[in-house]
Design a protein around this ligand. Structure first.
Ligand code: NAD
Length: 362
């Protein structure tokens, strides 16, 4: 049978984005999977030409190909545009953020037994961006309205952020976590929230999670944890946990905690998945201070490529790639600076680490 050709939108990004995507792309192609790239630019470099960091051709290309692989994109602090990364997730309704955290022997970490998956809701919660600035007329109106409605006192100099959690969005993310667990031979899903304090918003997430879990009883274990306790548990005994499903903000925070458990941002990858579109990227950002220096670790973007291959049904290639990455990290002879803090022996640049990984793909 002819191997299938996959058309994929490739967004190189900015900062360290172009150099890591170039190196990672060569490794990905070495797996033998047939990939046809549609390269599109987004971010500050296209603002002058198109008046926006996210021109419609980027969205159109992803909608057409249904799969995108993306380098990091800088978000200007203060002025300028809002995050292109957040906008992409919103516009394409990529409601599931999937982040596996696995320990690779050879990575410097205090933990060895980590094999966790964070499933983060990607569309609502405090990330919805519904905010009221302190001192504004509309903020004062909101404050007085809430005071009347709830018979409470809110200080006039407050800023307000709204946290919407819906039954529908909670249901689809918990369902997605269970489906993932089942498909990937995982044993347990832990729903993480703070329903003891946020009885309605997190309470709804918890109620919906229990309803979904009921349908998977006997197939996948289920438990709930309060987010503060979950942080402590993960630091003390991460080996007890498996798949965790969380509302947006807790998912964001726990993702970085888990990245810390497995050795940092250089080895943390993620997928943003919707009904029929998915976007794969590293968890880290554009690290502008290292731009063009052939210094940073291409692994996170490569691990994201592995998730993409899996999504495309190319499991054999995904395994080949994962094995090659694991071998290079285990040998420790050609890895980037972040995997060997304080050492120079065996430390190489982005391209050299990419070459080492490519040479191991068989
Ligand atoms: P960052 O992840 O870019 O970098 C923080 C530090 O982590 C770097 O200085 C570096 O020491 C280390 N690091 C990051 N990637 C690495 C790699 N591949 N190998 C080795 N070390 C690595 O975070 P930041 O500095 O807070 O953000 C920079 C820009 O990136 C911001 O504009 C931010 O908004 C954006 N950002 C984009 C995305 C995305 O595109 N999805 C994600 C996060 C941040």
């Amino acid at each position: 049978m002819e191997d299938k050709m996959h058309c994929v939108t490739l967004i190189p990004g900015d900062g360290i984005g172009p150099e890591i995507t170039e190196v990672a792309r060569q490794c990905l192609e070495a797996t033998g999977v047939k990939l046809k790239w549609e390269v599109v630019e987004a971010g500050s470099s296209v603002v002058d030409k198109y008046g926006t960091p996210l021109p419609s051709y980027v969205i159109n290309s992803i909608r057409k190909n249904k799969v995108a692989w993306k380098g990091p994109i800088t978000t200007p602090v203060g002025g300028g545009f809002r995050s292109v990364n957040v906008a992409l997730r919103k516009m394409l309704d990529l409601y599931m953020c999937l982040r596996p955290y696995k320990y690779y022997p050879g990575v410097r970490s205090n933990y060895k037994n980590v094999n966790l998956v964070v499933v983060r809701e990607n569309t609502e919660d405090l990330y919805a961006g519904i905010e009221f600035k302190e001192g504004k007329k509309e903020t004062s109106e909101v404050i007085h309205y809430i005071e009347r409605l709830k018979n409470v006192k809110i200080s006039e100099d407050s800023a307000i952020s709204i946290k919407p959690i819906s039954a529908a969005a909670s249901q689809r993310i918990v369902e997605a976590a269970f489906r993932y667990a089942l498909k990937n031979g995982r044993r347990k899903v832990t729903a993480v929230h703070k329903a003891n304090i946020m009885k309605y918003s997190d309470g709804l997430f918890s109620k919906v999670a229990r309803e979904v879990a009921y349908r998977y009883a006997g197939q996948i274990e289920f438990e709930e944890k309060l987010v503060d306790n979950m942080c402590m548990q993960l630091v003390q005994k991460p080996e007890l946990y498996d798949v965790m499903v969380l509302p947006n903000l807790y998912g964001d925070i726990l993702s970085d905690l888990c990245a810390g458990l497995v050795g940092g941002l250089g080895v943390a990858a993620g997928a943003n998945i919707g009904e029929d579109v998915a976007l794969f990227e590293a968890v880290h950002g554009s690290a502008p201070k290292y731009k063009g220096q052939n210094k940073v670790n291409p692994t996170a973007l490569l691990l994201a490529a592995g998730l993409m291959l899996d999504y495309l049904g190319e499991q054999a290639a995904a395994e080949k790639l994962d094995k090659a990455i694991a071998e290079v990290i285990r040998e420790g002879k050609a890895v980037t600076y972040d995997l060997k803090p304080g050492k120079t022996e065996g430390v190489v640049g982005t391209r050299e680490m990419g070459e080492a990984i490519k040479s191991k793909i068989k």
